[in-house]
Design a protein around this ligand. Sequence first.
Ligand code: PLP
Length: 484
Amino acid sequence: MNAKRRETSEPGDETRALLRRLPKMDRLLEAAASVQGAKRVPRSVTARCMREVVDDLRGRILRGWKPKPQELAEEVVLEAAAGCIRRRMRPNLRRTVNATGIIVHTNLGRSLLSRQALDNVQRIAAGYSNLEYDLAAGKRGSRYQAVEEILCEVSGAEASMVVNNNAGAVLLCLDTVARGKEVVVSRGELVEIGGAFRVPDIMSRSGCTLREVGTTNRTHLRDYAGVVGPETGLLLKVHTSNYHVIGFTASVSLQELVTLGAEHGLPVMEDLGSGTFIDFSRYGLAKEPTVQESVATGADLVTFSGDKLLGGPQGGLIVGSKEWIDRIKKNPLTRALRIDKMTLAAMESTLRLYREEEKAVAEIPTLAKLTLPVRDVERRAESLCGRLRSLNDDRISLDIVERPSKAGGGSLPMLNVPSRCVSVVVEGIGAARLEQMLRSAEIPVVGRIEEDVFLMDMRTVQEDELPVIQEAFQRLLQQTEAAS
Ligand SMILES: *Cc1c(COP(=O)(O)O)cnc(C)c1O
């Protein structure tokens, strides 16, 4: 700070002469306007970038840099500013190719929406809608009515409700049902699902007291029965969706909890995490408890995510008894967790697809990717190899290797879906550099490195993204050619 002050307060004659040579802002803006394409850039962005570049030069001069005249030329500043303008004009949220093989990749946007859901979002967002308007009665209606009926239909539940995400759904249910009371949970189910969502923390946030029972690997019905008393407000089961305890284990089934709850007049809730309406074992995948099963077993409340295995937009779905759902709707927290109309539009369309399982599996991208036959993945891998070979660059070596894809999103942790990866080695570019360059491409491509080789899993790559990958490679080969 002191040093800087000394420099800025008393620059010498030579420094002052250099500062005078810095291009002037109005001259720069005039020059920028004549540059092709600059017209589409807001003046504020151009001006800001010019100022940044000039400020940087000024700072360097004040710190003792002695530039040559050509280093302060107008063109130098314009060129440096062009890079800044490009970065600022590029959207921050960008389409990205997921070549990781993790289908519900939380960092890459979890689930892709079906055509039907996308169309409905477009329709509802482009015009006014009956979002909270009862068209038959001509008066205010409920926003939840859009999905209430269909959610009850596909889940078999008496009532339903939807909020912003499942973390919100769990919070809202706990707050409504058990605020100020004890919630009994097995020690084997005190999960953290990432992003600082931990069952014990969410519990204290909702004003409940966690009553842990059993041990990490074994919990018995008598453990629950032993702590139930006047303080108890809820029996909670959490689906340990993102890990698996194996070996000497025991857990209490939802059925047993429902029976215990009925004996003591206590509600029972199940947080399914990534809920599904489909029995995946029918598709050669691992068995997950379905929403319908939890409802049929008699849980008073069941919560699950909209954008994990369900394959819809982000959302927290709550199904269960009318009595509890009605109370949840009246909770003031509901307003804070309110679902947006675009999400609601996508959710309704997604849920409607579940009326026919075949249609859901075919049309919902998450399900289609999970169940895509490996021969189709192989064909896609071959197609990409063909495209990369057509670049005619003998620095590239390609191979197709067998590696499993993962469900991701904290779902089906033990599941390995057979898949095919394209492995790429580019002579003169290490795997880490290759990975980084593809990640920085105009449309970024995210793959992974295994044993020093860059891999792209073709199960999560869409057919229309093959040319995108080809182009990314073409660019990086040109760049590195020019550099070497
Ligand atoms: C993922 C998950 C949640 C949170 O769901 P979001 O929709 O991501 O908020 C809650 N509980 C469990 C068990 C989960 O797996």
